[in-house]
Design a protein around this ligand. Structure first.
Ligand SMILES: Nc1ncnc2c1ncn2[C@@H]1O[C@H](COP(=O)(O)OP(=O)(O)O)[C@@H](O)[C@H]1O
Ligand SMILES: [Mg+2]
Length: 418
């Protein structure tokens, strides 16, 4: 499949935004023209047969899940075999993608256009089950059983900070390597959403942090009694460490400490394993078949986070495709300056007859002000990060929770909306 034929497929697909009758994206809230330099061309990325992994990252609530789902759908309708790994889809979006079951396996999404020969599977990450699978893959059945039934493991696997990020990476690695019975890759593009952490950097940092927790000093210290056994242990350790363990017993409770010790003894064979796997997936992310899209809303904090993330990708030599600025407001009548609208509203007689006109003029002034602030913030960001390709996606008047709305976001992302 050539990239030009898939591009044609994307724009001609029935059901794509061109023949959508019921547009969800507000036709009035559209950019006056496409931003000029360094426009991000998502279709080039999606239809490039060399793109195998697309990671959507950014701080919480900016639209990562929406962007990941929209791009996955667009790529599938352009002819690629796509799997989208979502982390925390909003309930209605999950339902419309057939993600009612949290069973940790990708399922085919119905309602997509297969004319170009593509397909879309979707799954929602089940962090605990992914952790269980890693344990089962690395330990003997008895040892796995011992680990999985340990109460401390149960707490660790569902609540330790960073577990979700680690497991998202783990799952990404698994999906990327999954093969069909004939030995060909099961999917040719895996689109990943990232966990709802406050900071986008957590996704890159957590695996190493969890790895160092699992093979770190703390765990080794707790493991010592299980290894050395009883008294020998107390002889070897210094008084200081003894005190520390004593204090921890008090805080954690002795049953808890025993659970941790049993667990860590059982996890012993897997140290390295975790690190190694995280390192392998990390390496996968730096390859040329991977593209990172950083998503931000046109707000100061989200753009600051996006900036940190972009700098970090640069430092790690990870392949940044560009920046998506989502939920951008535009002036609905740019030819009518905000000041004129305000003075017009003030000058008008405040009677019944003019009430609606005054309200519209004030709304226009308020919207224009937000639109101007959005463009100022975006411009400032792009000035500070020259060379970063970007695309703006308008704020829709409703939440994005069905395939048609995802198609429209996809069209906006590719600059082919309207
Ligand atoms: N362009 C948009 N216009 C309107 N609503 C949007 C847009 N993008 C996302 N949303 C809505 O914003 C909310 C948060 O989006 P989501 O993709 O879940 O963010 P994240 O995954 O970054 O936390 C969702 O309710 C989604 O429907
Ligand atoms: Mg999300």
């Amino acid at each position: 499949m050539t990239s030009s034929s898939t591009t044609t497929g994307a724009s001609a697909a029935p059901g794509s935004s061109r023949d959508a009758r019921h547009r969800r994206l507000d036709p009035a809230n559209q950019p006056p023209s496409r931003p000029a330099p360094h426009t991000l061309n998502v279709d080039d990325i999606l239809t490039d047969p060399q793109t195998h992994i697309l990671v959507c990252c950014g701080s919480g609530g900016v639209g990562k899940t929406t962007t990941a789902a929209s791009l996955a759908l667009r790529a599938a309708e352009a002819g690629r075999k796509v799997c989208v790994l979502t982390i925390d889809p909003a309930k209605r979006l999950a339902q419309s993608m057939g993600l009612a079951e949290l069973d940790n396996t990708p399922r085919s999404v119905s309602g997509i256009n297969h004319a170009a020969g593509g397909s879309l599977d979707a799954m929602m990450l089940d962090m605990k089950r992914t952790f269980d699978e890693v344990v089962q893959a690395h330990a003997t059945p008895e040892k796995a059983e011992q680990i999985l039934s340990n109460p401390f493991y149960q707490a660790l696997s569902s609540s330790f900070a960073g577990t979700q990020e680690y497991m998202a990476m783990e799952k990404l690695g698994q999906l990327h390597h999954q093969k069909d019975p004939d030995g060909t890759p099961r999917w040719d593009l895996v689109v990943v959403d990232t966990p709802p952490s406050r900071s986008a950097l957590d996704f890159l940092d957590a695996p190493a942090r969890l790895g160092s927790f699992l093979d770190g000093r703390f765990i080794r210290l707790l493991m010592a009694p299980a290894k050395a056994g009883g008294r020998a242990y107390f002889k070897v350790l210094s008084a200081g460490v003894n005190l520390a363990v004593g204090a921890m017993s008090k805080i954690l409770g002795s049953q808890m400490l025993q659970d941790v010790q049993t667990l860590t003894a059982a996890l012993d064979t897997m140290f390295g394993g975790f690190r190694e796997r995280a390192d392998q997936t990390y390496a996968l992310l730096s390859r040329s078949g991977t593209a990172f899209l950083v998503v931000a809303s046109p707000e100061r904090d989200a753009l600051r986070e996006a900036g940190f993330f972009i700098d970090r990708l640069g430092a790690e030599k990870m392949p940044l495709a560009g920046l998506v600025v989502n939920r951008v407001m535009y002036s609905r009548a740019p030819q009518l300056p905000e000041t004129v609208a305000v003075s017009g509203a003030v000058a008008m007689p405040h009677d019944e007859e003019h009430r609606t006109t005054i309200a519209i003029l004030r709304l226009h002034a308020a919207t224009s002000q937000v639109a101007r602030r959005h463009q100022d913030l975006i411009q400032r960001f792009l000035d500070a990060h020259p060379g970063v390709a970007s695309v703006q996606v308008p704020a829709a008047s409703q939440d994005i929770h069905d395939l048609e709305a995802l198609r429209e976001i996809g069209a906006a992302l590719s600059g082919t909306a309207r």
